[in-house]
Design a protein around this ligand. Structure first.
Ligand code: SRM
Ligand code: SF4
Length: 594
């Protein structure tokens, strides 16, 4: 079917290289020109509908959509969030947040008196997630950390941001190798955001119907096995999508969230298979060129969990940013807006077919794309564990992967990590999608001292085989959707299991507090998902147990093994699962996992 053409971007806004140039020292990132967009002219039909609904077009999220998408967004059956966006685009919060903060500082209003949709929904466009249910008046602020790379100065700033909130302030490394800070009060938010932007970071476009943090290889640029360094592309893509962190109104009203990940080795550290757009580096056997095969549509949700399918496209490195920008426009203008459970990219790809989807992107790029490249390997590639100390491709240099238990960090941890990165490495760190941290570029002569440093006892480089593989979503401590508490419970169970069992090899245990699966339960060797359960006839916190998730070159989602297991029964059940068939308690990981 012919794809109706919406307004592609015209004109350009000047490059603002601050975000990118601030960000890096070791790798040179090209300054990015953010695309300038024009609002497509209103069709008569759309204008009449806007009038009928009494919407303010200039303020609404309809502005940059195609006329077809505008009609679908205004459909009577369209969902609540589309209505909220039609009334006022979340992009207005990029400036409104300063006004609201000032009004609160001046004592002229309180967060309780502000428009409910602004506080609880639209502020997410600025990265501010009100935790009304768990900690009313406190916000979680989600950043964007392309390729998970942070500098010591940025780490110290994040420590400074949460320090004033005392016991309410903490932070989490996320399953998208990103950072979220907690305890934030609205009256401080504009200043925190300004400080982030001064330091080459942003929180804009990190929630609701926006592109999520772009993930890459956590050992990019230092990995002896990588085909390319994913960092420049992650930074450039992030800069283009977010208009260098300032916010890009034209790409902020997507039908739903969208995840993009880039992998540079057969390890697939970015988990391309569970990203809406997975770009997997390959060397074209014919030309020798290194580019990316595209995978499309992987995602998790309450209703559907699916691994990506081939997008039958090969991209050169230069095509990555234009391809993703065109793909986002196609998603924006053609994705479903009347059912949020059917709005993720996979549904659009399935509805259009892979070839028509590629053609729609080609039309917008104005060029034909090559088809997927087939690469045959005659060996098996075991996904590497990046925790611990490993030699880099640079002679005499090492990286140290350190466990951050359940990804949780406090003010002092930020300062100590920044100090450690400067003392032993080059003053930078990488976050991983397993919620851990890597200190790169440690000269051989400093490795011993690093390992003996008390800080690395707290964030162990040689952590236990369960701790090293632990991933946990936020859970009931802060998340309104959680069915169970996760992080603290997970850590306590890991402590007990590591004390009681001898676990001879890495076990990846993924905890997720509800079926949205932010903690990626289906990816783990063992996945635990918050679910209802009964004990002695009473409703109690429970889990579904998933087993056998495979990651890396030939990924498979874990399968449900058990439902309705009360959390009280978890310790004995996990012990059972971890002890091998014939096993005594020292024989290690096994039975159900093998
Ligand atoms: Fe998520 C919603 C936390 C990664 C699927 N996710 C939420 C919210 C915003 C719910 C809410 O309104 O509070 C959670 C915020 C809790 C909090 O206070 O932290 C939340 N998601 C997270 C994080 C922080 C979990 C973590 O501990 O690391 C991750 C932040 C990533 C980031 O930096 O942007 C996070 N979320 C994921 C992932 C994993 C991934 O991206 O690989 C998934 C599954 C993969 C996917 O999206 O396909 C995921 N989150 C969801 C969903 C289900 C999406 C869907 O299509 O139905 C929701 C609910 C929604 O969007 O309606 C959700
Ligand atoms: Fe919250 Fe559920 Fe996501 Fe955990 S999986 S962070 S409980 S939405």
């Amino acid at each position: 079917a012919a794809i109706p053409q919406a307004a592609a971007h015209t004109g350009r806004v000047p490059a603002r290289s601050t975000t990118v140039s601030h960000q890096r020292r070791l790798v040179t990132v090209r300054a990015v020109e953010a695309p300038g967009y024009e609002s497509p002219p209103l069709s008569e039909e759309v204008a009449a509908k806007i009038e009928e609904l009494g919407l303010d077009f200039e303020r609404s999220g309809l502005k940059y959509l195609s006329n077809d998408a505008r009609m679908r967004a205004m459909d009577r059956k369209s969902v609540k969030f589309e209505k909220t966006k039609n009334e006022k685009c979340g992009s207005h919060m990029w400036s409104d947040v300063a006004e609201l903060a000032q009004l609160i500082r001046d004592g002229k209003t309180k967060w309780e008196d502000l428009d409910l949709d602004d506080v609880d929904v639209r502020l997410k466009w600025s990265g501010l997630f009100h935790r009304r249910k768990r900690t009313p008046g406190r916000f979680m602020m989600r950043l964007k950390v392309p390729n998970g790379e942070l500098t010591a100065a940025q780490l110290r700033y994040l420590g400074d941001c949460i320090a004033p909130y005392g016991a309410d302030g903490c932070a989490d490394i996320t399953t998208r190798a990103n950072m979220q800070i907690r305890g934030v009060q609205l009256e401080d938010a504009d200043r925190i955001i300004a400080g982030l932007q001064e330091r080459g970071l942003t929180s804009f476009m990190s929630g609701m119907d926006n592109v999520r943090n772009i993930t890459g290889s956590p050992i990019a640029g230092i990995d002896p096995h990588e085909l390319l360094d994913t960092r420049p592309l992650c930074h450039e893509l992030n800069a283009a999508i977010t208009a260098n962190g300032a916010g890009n109104a034209a790409l902020t009203n997507l039908p739903r969230k969208i995840n993009i990940g880039l992998s540079s080795t057969r390890d697939d550290f970015a988990h391309c298979h569970i990203n809406d757009v997975g770009l997997k580096a390959v060397r074209d056997p014919a030309s020798g060129e290194v580019g990316f095969n595209v995978e499309l549509g992987g995602y998790f949700s309450i209703k559907r969990n699916v691994v990506s399918i081939s997008g039958d496209t090969f991209l050169t490195q230069e095509q990555v940013v234009p391809y993703c920008m065109a793909l986002l426009e196609v998603f924006r203008d053609h994705g479903a807006r009347n059912d949020r459970q059917k709005a993720r990219l996979m549904w659009l790809v399935e509805a259009m077919g892979v070839d028509a989807f590629r053609e729609a992107i080609e039309q917008r790029m104005g060029q034909t794309l090559r088809r997927e490249v087939h690469v045959a390997y005659d060996d098996v590639w075991a996904r590497r564990d990046v925790m611990g100390v490993h030699p880099q491709k640079q002679q005499g240099m090492f990286w140290a992967g350190a466990c951050v238990p359940a990804g949780r960090m406090h003010t002092a941890d930020f300062y100590a990590l920044a100090d450690a990165a400067e003392k032993y490495g080059d003053g930078t760190v990488r976050l991983t999608v397993e919620e851990n941290v890597i200190v790169p570029n440690v000269p051989e002569a400093k490795v011993e001292a690093l390992l003996a440093d008390p800080f690395f006892q707290h964030f162990p480089v040689n952590g236990g085989n369960l701790l090293r593989g632990l991933v946990s979503c936020t859970g009931a401590q802060f998340c309104p959707l959680a069915l169970i508490e996760t992080k603290n419970r997970a850590l306590e169970l890991v402590r007990q299991l590591e004390e009681q069992l001898d676990i001879p090899s890495l076990v990846r245990m993924h905890w997720t507090g509800c079926p949205n699966s932010c903690g990626q339960a289906q990816v783990g060797d063992i996945g635990l998902m918050g679910a209802p359960a009964k004990l002695d006839g009473k409703a109690v916190e429970g889990v579904k147990v998933f087993l056998g998730g495979k990651i890396g070159e030939n990924p498979e989602l874990a399968k449900q093994f058990e439902a309705g297991l009360p959390v009280e029964h978890l310790l004995p059940r996990l012990k059972e699962l971890l002890i091998s068939d014939g096993g005594d308690e020292s024989s290690g990981a096994g039975k159900a996992l093998s």
